[in-house]
Ligand binder design. Structure first.
Ligand SMILES: [Zn+2]
Length: 324
C-alpha cells in the first residue's frame, strides 16, 4: 500500500488529475473533459470525476491509498474551499467544491486557484526551484496567474490575489466569461487569440486558410501551425497577443520585481512565436531599472502538468509533510 495525494487541475475545457507520492513521483495521470456532464451541474461533474479517478486508480499496479486531495481550479479560494464566479467554468455563483468532493474522499482536502497550483508545482518540482520571486502565467481557455513573492504564494486578503487575467486592458472592449468588458484574458489566452484572428480577418484583406474555419473549429494549435508557415493573419495575431502580454508583464515586473516569468498552457506551446516577441515587447515597455533582468521561460513541467503536481504538493503540505 502506497500513500498518495490526489492532485486535480480543473480547467475550462479539460480536467487533469494524478496520484503523487510525497517525493513527487506521479503514479499515473489522465485527462477528462470538464464539459462532458450537463453545464452547471457540479454534482454530476464530481460524480463523473470520482468514477474516472477510481478507474485510473484500478489501472495502477500498486495499491494506492489516497491520504489527501489537492485541487487547482479557476477562482478556487484557498481560504473557503469554494470556487467563486469562475468565468471559464459552467458552474455558476459560489460552488462549495471541497465540501461536495469530501462526500467522495473524506481526507484532508485543499483548493486553490489553478494558476497558483501551477506556481507551487513549478516552485517545488520545476524551473522555479530555488526562486523566491517569480510569476506563473497560464494561457489556456483564460489567462491565469500565480505570484510568488519572498518565497510565498500571494493569496491576498480574500484568497483571490493575482488575477492578472481580469485586469483591465480596454474599457468597453471584449466581454469576458463574467460579462466584464475589456479584461486582459479576452485578448491574451488561447481563446483570446482566436477572437483576435476574427477581428484581423475583418480588418485585413490577405488570403488565408483561416477564412474557411469557423470560430468553434479554430484552435490555438491551428493558428500556431499557420503562423509557422508565414500566414500573415496568424502572424499578426501572434504579434498583437505578444505585444499586449509583454506590455502587461512589464507592468507586473514594476510591481513584483520577479526573477523570472513562466508561461504554461495551450498558447505557450507556440514556443518562439510567443516567447520571443513577448520578451522583446516586455523589454521595450519596461521601467529602466528592471530592463534585461527578467527571464521568460516555458514551464519545466509542461509535459508533467505543473498544476497536478502543485495541487498534490499543497495536499501534502496540508498533511504536514514537507515535500521537496
Ligand atoms: Zn474578466
Amino acid at each position: 500500500m502506497k500513500n498518495v495525494a490526489l492532485g486535480i487541475d480543473i480547467g475550462g475545457t479539460n480536467t487533469k488529475f494524478g496520484f503523487v507520492d510525497q517525493d513527487g513521483y506521479l503514479y499515473g495521470e489522465t485527462s477528462i473533459s470538464t464539459v462532458k456532464t450537463p453545464p452547471g451541474d457540479i454534482d454530476a461533474f464530481l460524480k463523473y470525476l470520482h468514477e474516472e479517478v477510481e478507474i485510473l486508480r484500478r489501472q495502477i499496479n500498486e495499491e494506492l491509498q489516497i491520504v489527501g486531495v489537492g485541487i487547482g481550479a479557476p477562482n478556487g479560494n484557498y481560504f473557503t474551499g469554494t470556487i467563486e464566479y469562475a468565468p471559464n467554468l459552467t458552474f455558476r455563483g459560489i460552488v462549495p467544491l471541497v465540501k461536495l468532493f469530501k462526500l467522495y474522499y473524506n481526507v484532508p482536502m485543499v483548493l486553490t486557484n489553478d494558476a497558483n497550483a501551477a506556481a507551487i508545482g513549478e516552485m517545488i518540482y520545476g524551473g522555479a526551484r530555488g526562486m523566491k520571486n517569480f510569476i506563473m502565467i497560464t494561457l489556456g481557455t483564460g489567462l491565469g496567474s500565480g505570484f510568488v513573492a519572498n518565497g510565498d504564494l500571494i493569496y491576498g486578503n480574500d484568497g483571490f490575489a493575482g488575477e492578472m487575467g481580469h485586469i483591465l486592458h480596454k474599457p468597453e472592449g471584449r466581454t469576458c466569461g463574467l460579462g466584464r468588458k475589456g479584461c486582459l484574458e479576452s485578448y491574451v489566452s488561447a481563446t483570446g487569440i482566436k477572437r483576435t484572428i476574427f477581428s484581423l480577418l475583418a480588418e485585413m484583406t490577405e488570403e488565408s486558410p483561416l477564412r474557411d474555419v469557423s470560430f468553434n473549429a479554430l484552435t490555438a494549435a491551428m493558428i500556431t501551425d499557420l503562423a509557422l508557415k508565414g500566414d500573415p493573419i496568424a502572424c499578426a495575431a501572434f504579434d498583437e497577443t505578444s505585444r499586449l502580454l509583454g506590455q502587461k508583464l512589464s507592468d507586473m515586473v514594476a510591481i513584483f520585481s520577479p526573477e523570472a516569468i513562466f508561461l504554461l498552457g495551450g498558447l505557450a506551446k507556440a514556443g518562439d512565436l510567443i516567447f520571443k516577441p513577448t520578451k522583446e515587447y516586455m523589454e521595450k515597455y519596461m521601467f529602466q531599472v528592471f530592463r534585461n533582468k527578467v527571464k521568460i521561460f516555458p514551464s519545466a513541467l509542461e509535459d508533467k502538468n505543473a498544476a497536478v503536481l502543485g495541487a498534490s504538493a499543497l495536499a501534502w503540505k496540508e498533511l504536514g509533510v514537507h515535500v521537496h
